[in-house]
Structures are given as structure tokens and as C-alpha cells.
Ligand binder design. Sequence first.
Ligand code: PMP
Length: 358
Amino acid sequence: TTQERLPRFRAAVRELVSYRPEKPALSPEGRSYALAANETPFGPLPEVARAIQEQTEGINRYPDNTGQALTAEIAERFGVDPDGIALGCGSVGVAQQLITAVAEPGDEVLYAWPSFEAYPLLTRLAGAVPVAVPLRDNAHDLATMAEHFTDRTRLVFVCNPNNPTGTVVGRAELEEFLGRVPPGCLVVLDEAYHEYVRDKAVPDGLSLVPGRPHLVVLRTFSKAYGLAGLRIGYAAGHPEVIGTLRKAYLPYSAGSLAQAAAIAALRSGDEVARRTGVVTAERTRLAAALDAHGWRPAASEANFLWLPLGERATVFGAHCATAGVSVRAVAGAGVRVTVGLPSDNDAFLAAAASFPSA
Ligand code: PMP
């Protein structure tokens, strides 16, 4: 029978809940505001569209598996060693390579919670043990995280700014934490939203890498650079660490259109900066408007705001959906809303204003 022929999956996989972003909300008038996935509201950068067009001719060929041109571009742009850069299928792809490379079954992976949902997923997929340390006041509690180090801790994620709260860890605090990490353990500083940071106390993770082989920084082209649909991200770290990480690279997982687009996006720096400027200005406006109405959003340095609604999170998310506004509700914790264009944010503010406060 079919039942008898079903392959046997690992228990760790059977117990997973699929990562299934909800389908876009639609208002009765057919309007839809995509504020659930922290994407940029802007369309393709002109240089990117051109680069993809040019690259299309070669798609019968495999991409450059070493990602040489993009790696060189990143290295030059950010003043880092090209041997210290590893590409991947989105930064989530790079994160999976990292876990696969360092964690044996039963090893521990430490992270704050709530944070990026892929951390527990990747940890369980690797057969490793997730250790989630609650946020304090919506932010990383690095002192308590450090108390959870054991001789099986192999990897620590620090998401800066943190998804879903947008809160940040400052340079002094982070440097102290890095000094307390036990031997053999890797710290992955996930800077997916780095381009939206305006707080001067927040370090550029790339500047922390020299002299710290136990630190790897994750960056992505999915957010500020607007390439979420192409799946390209990278890790930056000590050349010896990155050299070993590259052995865990899934062949050709950074596609040729993605590589070409990422180079063009890096070369469109001024326009990217202008766009992130629009979003950070809107972040300030949206936060102030929410605050004035008693919503108390967490202090955010990312392109989203977090409303710590606790038990009201799910109903609030459903209420926004009826107005065509898609947000991310984390049951029992809060709601994350992406900062979009002024019209998107106004639609969200209107939805919030019509929420029957309980
Ligand atoms: N890190 C964080 C903190 C994120 O929020 C996301 C996307 N939601 C990612 C990594 C993954 O991004 P990508 O795989 O598209 O690079």
C-alpha cells in the first residue's frame, strides 16, 4: 500500500511546521498593502534590470561557482578581503551552510527569541538543539545569553537589528559578548537590515571581523538592495573560516542572474541610499504617529516596526488583513509591520486607528 511505501523521514523533520508566509490580504475594495515581509517598496533599480537583461543570454550555462566578480565587488566596496567572502542562496542559504559546517547532531545553537524564524528551523534541520533566550524589553539580552553557553554551544545568532523587533545591540555590548564566547563557538551576526541603521552606537559588523575568527557577518541583497526574488546573500569572516565554509557550499546555489544583479545593485549605491532614506524617514513618521495614539512601538533601526501587543497580536493582524494590509503577527507576542511608501503606511495607520482597542 501507499502507506507502507512512504519513505521514513527523520523525526526532526516530521515535527517541523512548514514556513508558510500567509497569502496577501485584500480589502473589500480590492486594495492590498504588502507590509508583512520587510521587502523594499521600490521596483527594480534601473542598473539591475539592465544587468539581468544582459545576463539572460547565458542562462543555459552554469553560474560562476566561485562568484568571483561579485565577491571582488563586495570586497572593494566594503574594504574587506575577497577570501573572506562566501556567497549563498539568500543569507538564509549561507546560514544553513554555516550550521551544517559547525554543528554535529546534539550540539547547541543559541539565539534570542523572538528573532528570525529560520534560526530554529535551520537548527532542527541540522539535528542540533535550539536554545532560545527571551528578549528583554524587546531587545537582545546578551548577558543572559552568555549564561547559556555550554561545552556544546557551537553557534550563536545575533540579529542586529533584530527581526521582528527592530531593536539593536551597540558596539561596546557586542564586543564584550564576543569576548565571552567559549572556544570553538561561532558567532553569526545577522545584519540583514544593516542599511537601515541610523544609530551611531551600532557597529558595522564588517569592522569587527579583523582579529575575531569566531565572528561571521551575514548580509543580504534581499532587503535594501531590493533583490528578494533573486535569492542572493553572503557571509564575511576570517579567510580561514570562510575557506572551510566554502566546502559546505551547495554547488551553483548563487545563480548567474542573481550574481549579476547584485553587482549592479552595489554599483547603484547612491540610489539605494536615497531609497533607504525615504524608508527611514517614514519609519520616524510612522513610529511617532503610532506613539501618539498609544501603540508604543519598540525603538526600531530596521525597515519595520514592532508593536508588542501580546495576546492581542493575532486579532490585530486579522483586523489589518480586513483592510487589505498584510502584516506579520507573532501569536502571543506582537505584530511586525514593514515600513513602506507613505501611502502604504497611511493605510496601516488607518487600520490601526479603526482597531477596537481592548
Ligand atoms: N536574516 C534576517 C534577520 C531576515 O529577516 C531575513 C529575511 N526575512 C533573512 C536573514 C533572510 O534573507 P534572505 O535569505 O532573503 O537573504
